[in-house]
Design a protein around this ligand. Sequence first.
Ligand code: PLP
Length: 452
Amino acid sequence: MEKLAFERPIIQRINAGLPSKHGISRKLEPISHIDEVPIKSLMDEYGSPLFILSESTIRKTYKEAYRAFSSRYPNVQFAWSYKTNYLNAVCNVFHQEGSWAEVVSGFEYDKAIANGVPGELIIFNGPDKSREDLKKAINNGSLIHIDHFDELYDIIHISKEIKERPKVAIRVNMDVGVYPKWDRFGFNFENGEAWDALNRIMGSKNLDLIGLHTHIGTYMMTTEAYRVAASKLAHLAVSLERKHGHVIQYIDLGGGFASKNTLRGAYYPGTDTAPSFDDFAEAITTALMNSEIKPSHLPMLILETGRALIDEAGYLAGTVLANKRLSDGRRATIIDAGVNLLFTAFWYEHEIRPIEPISEQTEDTIIYGPLCMNIDVVRSNITFPLLKKGDHYVIRRVGAYNNTQWLQFINMRPNIVMLDVDGKTHLIRKAETLETINNQEVTPEHLRSFNL
Ligand SMILES: *Cc1c(COP(=O)(O)O)cnc(C)c1O
């Protein structure tokens, strides 16, 4: 018989109904299944660590967001923010649900085209668009959101050269009461720069001004900021109609809704503090409906929601590598996924749970990733059960930004699977191998051999 591991006895205070900061129980319940599929069996087949995406959660979240806006406003369109997660399988779930594509580089633009998104349903944002990118986007009839005057002059120049009428909007930055202000992208509202850019576009005669865009920030926890943003864009739309008799087709409020993750250092968990899609929709649509825009000219409302649509659908499962004691006696648990795979650990106190029922004992623990680097901390302080080497964990709400910002650093990037709505598993991105990495390298002839 295998000898049982020693567990020191514990004395537990019975709290008759006295909740901890986060609710009734301090115990971390295991998460053993995702969409009824055992996490352990997924790791047995696809390795550890492993990213797992739930297609049904993506669709459910999207439908919830769409309902919140479309039940309050006549003309609503979502555009999937590629940089939030540009795995083709993920993008295509959103495209199947009706989302256009929102891209911020030539690479992302080409990815959307390769996925089969029609050019005229691609929104091209960001400060980095080369002349070649712009030409391609203009020829495809894509929606180009101008970031700065140099880009505006480039577009006017190209439009004359290739005799096409580019479809453009401007990105507007503004004071929405959240600081620091995001004023590095687009044209400023308060100092008149945005109005100046609009007049220049109207004056150029070569461009079709079709929309107004803003993206006020990310992980916004206040709906009021969106009310202000929508009012300011509506004000520009009204001014355009008044002065130029020009009616724009859409107002694009960008992304930025908070997901249910908890920010580092936050007192309350994100599940309690993030406004709902209904809250955001109420603020935005009320501002547009109550603006001076004529009801017959109400523009399409575009949303480029990223993290709030995908965070919940992503999981990162893996294995405990070791436990040790720090010099001050604190317990440290080392796991096989670190900030190389979980870039968002820099921002969030990610929820991490065991996948099988384990000891009732908990201890204040610091959870490290596997990297040989001091900043590789997944949780700096968590009351955590005593997982042993070889035990498994799962980290929740990792769908946004990790599969795009991850680093091939020290280790290679692992498999990603998607569970479809019938619970079937699909490998959607293969783990990297030494070959993947070496394929990109070219070693000069004289450096190919050595004698030691
Ligand atoms: C990143 C980005 C988004 C998505 O932002 P989230 O905070 O993930 O919702 C939308 N629009 C633009 C222009 C962006 O840069």
